[in-house]
Design a protein. Sequence first.
Lengths: 139, 601
Amino acid sequence: MTAFSASGVVGRARSARGRLAPATAPRTPFVLLILVVLAAGLVLLLFVNTVTASGSFRARSLQLRNDALVLKQQELQRRIQSLSTPEHLAAAAAALGMVAGGDPTFIVIGPGGHTKVLGHPAPATVPPPPPPPPGGTNR
Amino acid sequence: MSQQPPRSRRRTAPSPTAPRRPSSRTLRLGSGSRRLTVSFVGVVVLVLVLGGRLVQLQALDGATYASAAQQSRLRTTDIQATRGQILDRNGEVMAYSVDADAVFADPSMIIEPFSVAQRVAPMLGVPVSTAQQAIVAASARGSRFVYLAHDVDPTIAEQVMALGIEGIGTLPEPERMHPDGSIGASVVGFTDRDGHGRAGIEQQFDKPLSGTPGRLTVEVGQGGEVIPSGVHKETAAVAGSTVRLTISSDLQYVAQQALNQAVRSTGARGGQVTVMDARTSRVLAMTSDPTYDASDPGASPGPLLSNPNVSDVFEPGSANKIITFAAALERHVITPRTVLNVPGELQVADRTIHDDWVHSPVRWTATGILAKSSNIGTLLIAQKLGPKAWDDYAKAFGEGSTTGIQLPTESAGLLPAMKDWSGSTFGNLPIGQGVAVTSLQLANMYQVIANDGVRVPARIVQSVTAPDGSVARATAPAGHRIVSVQTARTLQQMLQMVTQEGGTAPKAAIAGYTVAGKTGTGQQLNPDGTYSNSNYWSTFAGFAPADNPAYVISVMVDTPQTDYLGGDVAAPLFGQIMTYALKAGGVPPTGARPASLPLYP
C-alpha cells in the first residue's frame, strides 16, 4: 500500500478514535437497551401467539359445544316429530285401549244451562285390529 | 484493491527510470477515477433498474400482487341455507331439514380398499364388503369419487375424518325429514341429494323453500388456522321460507288408512281420496293408494312417485250426471218432480244404451232417475237440454281445464272438443263415458253444488312465511257463479235421495246428518279400445251436511274385485272419512229434516 493512502487511513482512524473515545462509557446501557428491546419483542411475540392460540382453542371448544347442542336439539326435534305424528298417536291411543268413536254426536249447551243432544249417541264398538301402516316409517 | 500494489510493482520493475513513476502514478490515479466513474455509473444503473423494478412491483402492479398474495391467504366457504319447513294447517311439521353429512372416497388415493373399508364402514353402519366393493368398482371405472354413505350424523362424520385416512372425505348434505313417512307423501313430495324438490310441494315451492346460501371469507395462516385480526367477511345465509298447507295431517292419516283398508279388502288395484272445504275449496286431505314413503322415495318404483289425485285421470261414470242435472235444472228443462217415461233401452246414433239393470219401460221422476242412476233417463234429459248447453256447463264445472292448484304436473282431464264429437258422443258424455277427470276435479265439481252454485278453484297452500317472519297469505281465488242458488239448493235435495233407501248409495249415509252425493261406476277400457265388463272405476263424490255443506269428498277405487258398484265400494269409504271429518271439524248436525222427494210419480 502506498504511503499516501496509508497515511490517509491512519489519519481517519485516529481522528475517529478521538471522537468516539468519550462515548465508550455509556455503551453498556445501550447494549442493555437493545437486550431489553429484544426481550420485549420476544415476550410480545409469545403473547400474540398465545392469544391467537387461546382464541382458536376457545373457538374450537365453543364450536364443539355448539355442534353437540345442535345435534341434541335435532335429536329431540326428531323425537318430538315422530311421537306427534297421527300414526304414532293412533297407535299410542290403541295401546291404551282407546277406540275411535261412532257417529258424531254433539251436546249443545244453551244460554240457560239446558242441554240439547244433536246426533245419535251410541257406544263405540271395538273395530277389528287395524292393518299395519301403509309402508310408513318414523325416522 | 489488494492486488493493486503487486501489479504496480511488477509494472514499475522493468523501467529503471524515475521520471516515469509520476506519470505511471497519474495514469493509475486517472484510471482509478475512471473506474470509480464506471463503477458509479454501474451502481447508478443498477439502482435505477432495481428502483424501477421496485416501483413497477410496488406502485404499478402492486395492487395485483398484494391481492394475489392475500387471495392465497383467503379461504371462502359456502354457508348452506337451511331449507324451509312444510307445515300442515295446524302447524304440524310435515317436512324439515337437519344437518347431516355424506361420506365419500377418492379411490385413486386408496391403496388398500379393504383395510380402509374395514376401518370406515362400521362407523357408517355400512357392511364392510359394500364399502369395499364401492371403492373397487369406482376405481375400476376410473372414477375419483364415490359415496360411501349418506345422511351421516355430523359427529360420526367428524370421527371418520379424525381417523385421517387418505382418500376419505365428507360433504355437508342436509337430510330432509318427513316425520309422517307415507302420510301425505304425494302432496309434500321429496328432494334429491342436492336438496332440490323433485315432486309435490317440495318441487313447486323449491325456490322459496331453498333460501339463499351465504359466504364466509377468512384469512388463514400457512397451517390453515384463521388469523383473528385478518379479513373476516361474512354474507349470512338466508334460510328458506316455511310453506303452510291447507292439509290437515290428522284427516290425511284417517283418509289414507281408510283408503288403504278399503283397497285391500276389495282387492282393488288402488284408489284416490280428495277432501276439500266446501266453501273455500281448500284441500284438507289428498291421498292415493298405493303411495310411497317420502323419507325414502328411492325404495318405491318410479311410477308411484307422483300425485295421481292431480295427475291421473279416470272416467267418472255416473258421478258426471251432476252436470247434466245441474244444467237441466238451471235451464228449466226439468224440475225434481218432472216425470219421464224411461224405456228399457235407447238408441243414440250407432249405439244402444242400457241401464245397469234390465227393466221394462218405467215412469220415474227426474229425482228418481238421479237416485237410481238411470243412464237412459239421464240421456233423455240431456237430449232435452241439447249438446251445446251440456258442453258449456261441463266446461263451467271445470272439466277439461286445470284447477290451478299449487301442485306440479296437474292434468286438465279430458273433455273432447265439440267439433270432434261423433254421433254417439252425446250418448256418452252426459253419463260420464268418454270424459275423464282427476280426483281433484271431481271434488271441485261437487263443490259447486255444495257452495250454492259458486265454483272456487281448489287450493292447497295457505301461506308462505319468510325467514324474517313476514307472512304471505296465498290469495284466495275468485269464485264464479255457475248455477243459481235455487238450482244448487234443489240439487242438494235431489242428491240426498241418492244416500237414502231407494237410492244407489245408502252406505254413504251418516246417522243424524243429511248427506248428498252421487255414485259412479266407470268402465275401464280394454287394450282394444272397447269398454271392459270386469274392470271398473268405482267412484262416489258428495258433501255433508247436505243443507249446509262443510266438506266435499271424492272417492275413487280402481278395479275393486269383490264388488264393483260405486254404491258398494266407494260410498262406505266416503261415509267413513266424512264421519271423521265432521267430528274432527266440530260440525254438528244441522237438525234439518232429510229431503223427501218422490222417485216415482
